[in-house]
Write a protein of this length. Structure first.
Length: 251
């Protein structure tokens, strides 16, 4: 390994990351596998991009770092495309893990709340007539109002307080999974904003929409529906005197 004073910078330029270590450009290019991402000329300079930067491709989950101390290479514009590609993939991976962990947690809580409702006695309303009898139930938006109506029709029993609280938690989880909150979409929005501000780029920036994680939104929607079904089923059971099959259609 050469010392810095032994290097002719005219022949072998060096790269200096924020960490303070340095490597020659040729050595760093080899470690970054530049030839897999760019077409290089005879001097090793990039002259063309080799295809699109696809998600989770070319071992991109492994973020490239300084080989001496594992320091960040984000300030090196020469390798920005590769480093940021890996960081986006890593963010998406963490986002997917978050989705799975939260879904398992919320699904477990939902099962517990469903069991509590099934085991709870039907009881009676504080009023002199069966809960909900003679009162209209008007379905409306947002959806939360519908289940809040059912709780109000039961009086001050608080029968659905816990499961409605869980519904709110699931809805909050669903909001976090919206497309605009996902890593790739947020980066795309930043790029669009920068292009509008600078008015320098005439290219129509696009990104591969298949990288957007829709599974989490579907799982959250499924949990919300299960919550609502559990509440409506229980309400029908109470209104029918313990058997949902005996109920009449809600007005």
């Amino acid at each position: 390994m050469k010392e810095y004073r032994e290097i002719d910078l005219n022949e072998e330029p060096c790269v200096f990351p924020d960490c303070g270590h340095f490597l020659t450009v040729s050595s760093m290019d080899g470690q970054m596998d530049m030839a897999a991402h760019y077409g290089l000329d005879q001097n090793g300079l990039p002259v063309a991009v080799l295809g699109a930067s696809l998600p989770f491709s070319n071992d991109s989950l492994k973020i490239k770092v300084c080989p001496s101390c594992r320091g960040s290479l984000r300030n090196i514009a020469r390798y920005g495309r590769m480093v940021r590609r890996a960081m986006l993939d890593e963010s998406t991976k963490k986002f997917t893990i978050f989705i799975n962990e939260q879904h398992i947690k919320l699904a477990g809580q939902l099962v517990m709340e469903q069991e509590k409702l099934q085991d709870a006695p039907a009881g009676t309303s504080p009023s002199t007539q069966p809960p909900g009898k003679g009162k209209g139930l008007a379905f409306q938006k947002p959806r939360l109002r519908n289940i809040l109506q059912l709780e109000q029709l039961l009086g001050s029993t608080g029968r659905y307080t816990a499961i409605i609280k869980l519904w709110r938690s699931i809805n909050g989880f669903s909001n976090k999974l919206q497309e605009e909150e996902q890593p790739f979409r947020r980066v795309a929005d930043f790029v669009h904003h920068a292009n509008r501000e600078n008015r320098a780029s005439k290219c129509d920036f696009r990104y591969e929409e298949s990288v957007i994680q829709v599974k989490g939104c579907l799982l959250a929607t499924s949990l919300l529906l299960q919550c609502e079904v559990a509440i409506f089923t229980d309400f029908l059971r109470i209104r029918g005197g313990g058997s949902a099959q005996k109920t009449t259609q809600l007005s």
